[in-house]
Ligand binder design. Sequence first.
Ligand SMILES: NC(=O)c1ccc[n+]([C@@H]2O[C@H](COP(=O)([O-])OP(=O)(O)OC[C@H]3O[C@@H](n4cnc5c(N)ncnc54)[C@H](O)[C@@H]3O)[C@@H](O)[C@H]2O)c1
Ligand SMILES: [Zn+2]
Length: 358
Amino acid sequence: MTTVRVELGDRSYNIHIGSGILGRLGSWVREVSAGDKALLVSNRRVFALYGETVSSSLAGHGYQVFPAEMGDGEEYKNLATLEKLYDLAFARGLDRRCPIIALGGGVVGDAAGLAAATYLRGVPFVQVPTSLLAQVDSSVGGKVAVNRPGGKNIIGAFYQPELVVADIRNLQTLPRREIKCGLAELIKYGVICDAGFFNWLEENIDKLLSLDEGALVYAVAAACRSKARVVEADETEQGRRAILNFGHTAGHAVEVLSGYGVFCHGEAVAAGMAAAARLARAMGLLPAAQVRRIVSLLSRAGLPVSLPPSLDSGDMIAAMRQDKKARAGRLTFVLPLAIGNVKLFDDLPEELVRQALS
Ligand SMILES: NC(=O)c1ccc[n+]([C@@H]2O[C@H](COP(=O)([O-])OP(=O)(O)OC[C@H]3O[C@@H](n4cnc5c(N)ncnc54)[C@H](O)[C@@H]3O)[C@@H](O)[C@H]2O)c1
Ligand SMILES: [Zn+2]
């Protein structure tokens, strides 16, 4: 097992990463919360697989566990779900010391996290991420949110968990496509800030695809360490945290234009990272050989490396200008200067972007 510490002063916390560690959850939760009740938020699929292990571990450490089931899917990351969570917590008498625990992927983590941030003005929050994306990305860093019909994640908060427990054995039951989506975010960390990890990924991508436990623990820990360092430097996204959006400018446009659900997030981000790498080459920032390494690693992970030809480049540009992270409609890209080093460019000429996209 590996533990990564996120250093944020009095909001610091541990991320425990290992194989078969779910049964130890109760003892770790006990270290961070004194309450006698716990709200366990999950969905039907994940609860059926891991709810029992988690509940009995919590019960073994003195928690009365109240399961709170939410719908499975992005469309349930909404205010109606939050209301149900608040009402259940209140009806069961959870007080300010009682933890809210998220067991599931990023959808469960984001919704349960916002409930924890706001119920009684904030209660201890514990993340138990069960998807690869949640283990390497959404469970770390303290962004919690729900969606509105007009936009993703528009109601949210920065609220750090007290503890994250990532059991990579849970990934054995994760659909194959979700594994690949998580790999896209792993590759992202290599490109943005960890050249050594990128090299490691080139050598070990096949082990990750075959769910080798040692390789998964190593990779999830490396990713969490990278994300922790970025978040420590810029908890509330005033600057450096924006590098985590590498691949996401074009990626979000692909998701929006092709209709949510056609491409999963990681696939769209993979195509977006390849596009950003090509754009960097066109601007003379990144050598062609490094573009080839990025594209080749993404395709070995089974991810798309080109934008869908059906998407019109004018529509893509319009969508990117409307992205909520683009300031004043400017074309904002995180571009690699080398593998392991990126820079934010926040007003790129449209013609350049158009050429790189096509
Ligand atoms: N807060 C952040 O910083 C942050 C960062 C990135 C993404 N996100 C959010 O994360 C969400 C996406 O997360 P996701 O990719 O985990 O999607 P998800 O939560 O929808 O999970 C994907 C699917 O896998 C299932 N699943 C999860 N774990 C499983 C397991 N071990 N075995 C079998 N099935 C399992 C889920 O039930 C779901 O059907 C989005 O809402 C996105 O906005 C948040
Ligand atoms: Zn992402």
